[in-house]
Design a protein around this ligand. Structure first.
Ligand SMILES: Cc1cc2nc3c(=O)[nH]c(=O)nc-3n(C[C@H](O)[C@H](O)[C@H](O)COP(=O)(O)OP(=O)(O)OC[C@H]3O[C@@H](n4cnc5c(N)ncnc54)[C@H](O)[C@@H]3O)c2cc1C
Ligand SMILES: *[C@@H]1O[C@H](CO)[C@@H](O)[C@H](O)[C@H]1NC(C)=O
Ligand SMILES: *[C@@H]1O[C@H](CO)[C@@H](O)[C@H](O)[C@H]1NC(C)=O
Ligand SMILES: *[C@@H]1O[C@H](CO)[C@@H](O)[C@H](O)[C@H]1NC(C)=O
Ligand SMILES: *[C@@H]1O[C@H](CO)[C@@H](O)[C@H](O)[C@H]1NC(C)=O
Length: 672
């Protein structure tokens, strides 16, 4: 027993750290809730501190207890039980085996398909294609297995600056993200199996019906809401009919499980929204439409993350000899035939050291996400010719790769309570830790996510919302430091803290469901290991600024409801020197506030835009084939011509499902 407890020495410190946390470790994890994109632990002084603090704590000197041994055994039993539970959480056999060593010793065979990136889309396509034992697939992923903080989905915010993340910043732009560290937007994405879905808030939405009907209007007539619903039902059904000997991966969905203490908050928000005439949405699978809800489907089960890397990929990979996964493989280039007419394979760097090539006899499928997919195409000679010329990259095709970058963005608004409010127990409490590891309950397993979908256009009765209100989380007294998690500058955080005084805060974030501003991705240099150039233009379009302004006015209307007035909730005046030159609460004041605090929502899309053959803005056609090059497809969030009205992981999963059907169809003669 003691041996297994000592087996994980790191864990030992963790437990000691938490045990002594009440006295020695400044660990105040109080409210945990899921916001637009991430799981936000408000109250974490600094996301990174959670682990550092726990690890640095030296074990307490053993106390002098007279014991005949049986009581000591009970304590050891508890440690051992928690340790076993922890080892189960990080059990490597839930992930695919790594084929890297074999690849190094025996070389690589030819595959039908080589897939770049085991994120949301790559995991789905690899799993689906290899249901056919005749199809041989190689899946290359730049990262490795997700860490335990990915499993414990309530801790995922601690991954935002870690080795499991692509930590790219936007280029400086005086018109956005001015309130963020270095005055630059931050674009974290997952670098591990599951990609961004391994560090996400796990929310699974389809979007609004009209989103996909708009794609059709843009010339993509194979895509529609009906089609998305069909793919969704198919993916869900698969999990219901799962048989043990022939596992098929699929989407696992459950609702977030709130704690008792979360319920007052939900009541408060629903009381206010119903006073404003907004209905409760009970089924988001019918598509997001105007209203408020806390019935949010999420890829979680018993307090654990159920990313597609686990459900689609991990569950099946070990029984599929036709699927090889190589981890820590950074793809640097797509290889083409000598006349540049078709893709033949890829070049990659394994474990930062070995340069290897992999051949694809059918296709190369690029699923590296909305920042890295365009980056890889550019590195390989597919992109705007003047950009490639400037970097001396030999042109393969002249396409608008990297354009049309957009994201929902988030505008935090902060409200101050004048009276006490229920606060859930801290995640760092020994009780919370024991509850999670031994029973998968408590603050580390629970969360609440409250969302509003609003049509801010008062002269329209359309059910197509343009604003997503997310977060609605409490920041308990004295915890304004949690705003650092959003990468806000220290002086802004200190200002919020001062303005909060001794009161708790309520934060409500506004996201644009249909932003009109667009940015772009370009290469910094021809070196494939250099980070990309990301040009942000958050809210550069007047239309976006006006919708965000209507967001502010909507939240102010919430403050006039009896529900909010009962708690004295009012917008907090966040001190920002430049904006404070303007009359407080004027439209101009808020436009200035937007320039400082409208920040990324971690939903990049659009950079390898899909479109009709006649569409000069399109990079891929409706079957996701790169235009002008054979045997190359992009399958991920970058193909969205316009972002969906809701978090993007769901639609990306379904894009990959549809891609698989099209790929199988296109290759049915060869692969029959
Ligand atoms: C912090 C955060 C929170 C989020 N929360 C939510 C949420 O709650 N709900 C929701 O719906 N959406 C959420 N999202 C968005 C969602 O996760 C993404 O839209 C989705 O994962 C995109 O899938 P993808 O396949 O396009 O890219 P990704 O999932 O990012 O996958 C790309 C993969 O390719 C790999 N890769 C990249 N370049 C290379 C290369 N050169 N060689 C090899 N491999 C490479 C990456 O390491 C990664 O594994 C969140 C995103 C983030 C970052
Ligand atoms: C890991 O998971 C596998 C399969 O899910 C299971 O058979 C095994 O017992 C687990 N190992 C540990 C240490 O939990
Ligand atoms: C919400 O409204 C109900 C019914 O009016 C009331 O009983 C409850 O106290 C309210 N709760 C909050 C938090 O406003
Ligand atoms: C608001 O809706 C009306 C009626 O549908 C429409 O004419 C108008 O253009 C919309 N305004 C904005 C800003 O979208
Ligand atoms: C906050 O509370 C403390 C102790 O209750 C009190 O001394 C202090 O004056 C209060 N500060 C403000 C700004 O209200």
């Amino acid at each position: 027993m003691l041996t297994s407890y000592l087996a994980c020495t790191k864990f030992r410190y963790f437990i000691w750290g938490v045990t002594s946390s009440t006295a020695t470790v400044a660990l105040t994890l109080v409210v945990i809730a899921v916001i637009s994109g991430t799981t936000l632990a408000s109250g974490i002084n600094d996301a990174g501190k959670f682990l550092t603090a726990a690890n640095d704590t030296t074990p307490p000197t053993s106390c002098v207890t007279s014991s005949v041994g049986s009581a000591e055994a009970l304590v050891s039993n508890l440690f051992a039980a928690i340790n076993t539970a922890k080892c189960e959480l990080t059990n490597a056999s839930q992930w695919p085996a790594d084929f890297a060593d074999e690849a190094l010793s025996e070389g690589l065979q030819k595959y039908d398909f080589v897939i770049v990136g085991a994120g949301t889309a790559g995991s789905v396509v690899a799993s689906r294609l290899t249901e056919n034992p005749r199809i041989k697939v190689l899946l290359l992923e730049a990262g490795g297995d997700p860490p335990i903080e990915s499993e414990i989905f309530t801790m995922s915010s601690t991954l935002h600056h870690s080795a499991y993340t692509w930590t790219d910043f936007g280029e400086p732009n005086p018109n956005c993200c001015q309130g963020m560290q270095q005055r630059r937007c931050y674009w974290p994405r997952g670098k591990m199996l599951g990609g961004s879905s391994s560090m996400s808030g796990s929310i699974f939405l389809l979007g609004n019906k009209e989103d996909f009907d708009r794609w059709r209007l843009l010339g993509c007539n194979k895509w529609s809401w009906e089609e998305m619903k069909f793919l969704y039902e198919k993916a869900l059904k698969a999990s219901q009919h799962e048989v043990v000997d022939k596992p098929v991966g699929a989407i696992v969905l459950n609702h977030f499980d709130p704690l008792e203490q979360h319920k007052e908050l939900a009541q408060l928000v629903f009381n206010a929204s119903s006073e404003l005439g907004l209905r409760y949405i009970s089924n988001l699978a019918d598509g997001t439409s105007v209203g408020y809800t806390d019935a949010i489907p999420a890829n979680i089960e018993k307090g654990r993350r159920m990313s597609v890397a686990k459900t689609y990929l991990g569950q099946v990979s070990r029984s599929r000899p036709n699927l090889h996964v190589i981890k820590n493989a950074l793809v640097t280039k797509i290889l083409f035939s000598s006349d540049n007419s078709r893709a033949m394979g890829v070049e990659f760097i394994l474990r930062n050291r070995h340069r290897l090539k992999a051949a694809a006899t059918s296709e190369v499928l690029v699923a590296a996400g909305a920042i890295n997919s365009p980056k890889l195409l550019l590195q390989s000679g597919i992109g705007p010719s003047e950009h490639l010329k400037a970097l001396n990259i030999k042109q393969v095709a002249d396409l608008p790769v990297g354009n049309n970058l957009h994201d929902h963005g988030m505008l935090p608004l902060i409200l101050r309570f004048e009276s006490e409010f229920s606060v859930p127990p801290s995640m760092g409490e020994p009780q919370s830790v024991a509850d999670y590891f031994l029973r998968q309950i408590g603050p580390l397993a629970a969360s609440i996510s409250i969302m509003g979908f609003i049509n801010t256009n008062t002269s329209s009765s359309s059910q197509y919302p343009d604003l997503h209100l997310v977060s609605h989380t409490i920041v308990p007294t004295g915890n304004a430091d949690s705003f650092k998690f959003l990468q806000l500058r220290d002086e802004i955080v200190a200002g919020i803290s001062r303005a909060a005084g001794n009161q708790s805060l309520l934060q409500i974030y506004g996201s644009l469901l249909r932003p009109s501003s667009r940015g772009k991705v370009r290469l910094r240099s021809a070196d494939p290991q250099a980070p990309p150039l990301i040009y942000n233009n958050y809210a550069s379009e007047r239309a976006d600024q006006l919708t965000l302004l209507r967001n502010v006015r909507f939240v102010q209307r919430m403050c006039t409801t009896a529900a909010f007035r009962n708690y004295g909730l009012q917008l907090l005046h966040v001190p920002i020197e430049e904006c404070d030159q303007l009359p407080y609460d004027s439209d101009d004041y808020w436009i200035c506030y937007i320039k400082y605090l409208y920040i990324g929502a971690w939903h990049p899309v659009g950079t390898c835009r899909m479109g009709a053959d006649t569409d000069s803005h399109a990079v891929v056609d409706q079957r996701l084939r790169v235009r002008g090059v054979d045997r190359l497809r992009v399958v991920d969030a970058s193909i969205m011509p316009e972002i969906s009205s809701g978090n993007t992981n769901g639609p990306t999963t379904l894009i990959a499902e549809k891609a698989t059907i099209m790929i199988e169809d296109d290759w049915k003669t060869k692969l029959a």
